[in-house]
Design a protein around this ligand. Structure first.
Ligand SMILES: [Ca+2]
Ligand SMILES: [Ca+2]
Length: 270
């Protein structure tokens, strides 16, 4: 936000003071007359205002409705202020252009670290970054390091916000890149770097994103085979069946013994 304080002089009296931001894509801003003949107001820079130095036009209207566009102000000493101006004479002082200096900041990158759980073979992961700049984002790119495609000579790969290359929504400010994770890349943490520049070429530093690779735990083969607990149960059932069979055989043998000596004296040998 920019705050403006101005003093205006006119032989007929000053009706209004405005700042014309329309040529920068903004609005006409009315300043309010405060005590002590100070015209004050504030405005925010319109989005997309070109960085650099700009002349700021002030529209001053006198009590008869005559307008004048001023692009200069007069620097007068604080002590001289009160009696510097008469109704018909402008105060004496250095004329200074009413310029505004607009600084450019690089884009902002918001991205989360990636945690990828992979199986065997090559995996694809989506690298996403939210990138914004008041001037417009020109380029978002990533230095992929170990994830750089073997066929690619360039160090940097472009991220897309046009719905292509895995980008979920075109034009939403979230830029995407499909990261190819070859099976030969070791588990653990790797770092890729993101960088962006706005339409004036103002670029960010390299923003690190940590990519952690993990092997998928062997859930499928465990579930498909015999788990250790069911194996124990199966062995227990086999053991119980075995015990019953043994008991049955023993009882049967005992019965046959009885039948082999029908009516015989069991204790005949004694
Ligand atoms: Ca910018
Ligand atoms: Ca997008």
């Amino acid at each position: 936000m920019i705050i403006v304080n101005a003093k205006a002089f006119d032989g007929h009296g000053v009706e209004s003071v405005q700042i014309d931001m329309r040529i920068f894509g903004g609005q006409l801003i009315d300043l309010l007359l405060l005590d002590g003949d100070i015209w004050a107001g504030d405005f925010t820079l319109p989005n997309g205002m070109t960085p650099g130095s700009h002349d700021l036009p002030l529209i001053v209207t006198d009590s008869l409705g005559a307008k004048q566009v001023l692009r200069h102000w007069i620097s007068i000493g604080n002590n001289a202020q009160n009696d510097a101006a008469t109704p018909y004479l402008l105060p004496y002082g250095e004329h200074i252009a009413t310029t505004i200096s607009v600084l450019n900041t690089p884009p902002q990158i918001v991205a989360e670290d990636l945690n990828i759980i992979r199986g065997s073979g090559t995996a694809i992961a989506l690298l996403e970054a939210e990138v914004s700049d008041a001037d417009g984002v020109m380029l978002v790119r990533a230095r992929l390091g170990i994830f750089n495609p073997i066929t690619q000579n360039e160090d940097w790969s472009k991220l897309y916000d046009d719905g292509s290359n895995g980008d979920r929504v075109a034009g939403d400010g979230i830029y995407s890149l499909q990261l190819t994770i070859r099976s030969g890349i070791a588990d653990g943490t790797h770092t890729v770097f993101l960088q962006s520049s706005d339409i004036y070429g103002e670029a960010t530093g390299e923003v690190p994103i940590v990519v952690t690779l993990e092997q998928k735990s062997d859930v499928i083969s465990d579930g498909g085979g015999i788990s250790s607990s069911s194996l124990v149960m199966a062995l227990a059932i086999i053991a119980i069946v075995g015990a019953i069979v043994v008991m049955f055989v023993m009882r049967k043998q005992g019965g046959e013994d009885d039948k082999s000596n029908p009516g015989g004296d069991r204790f005949g040998f004694q």
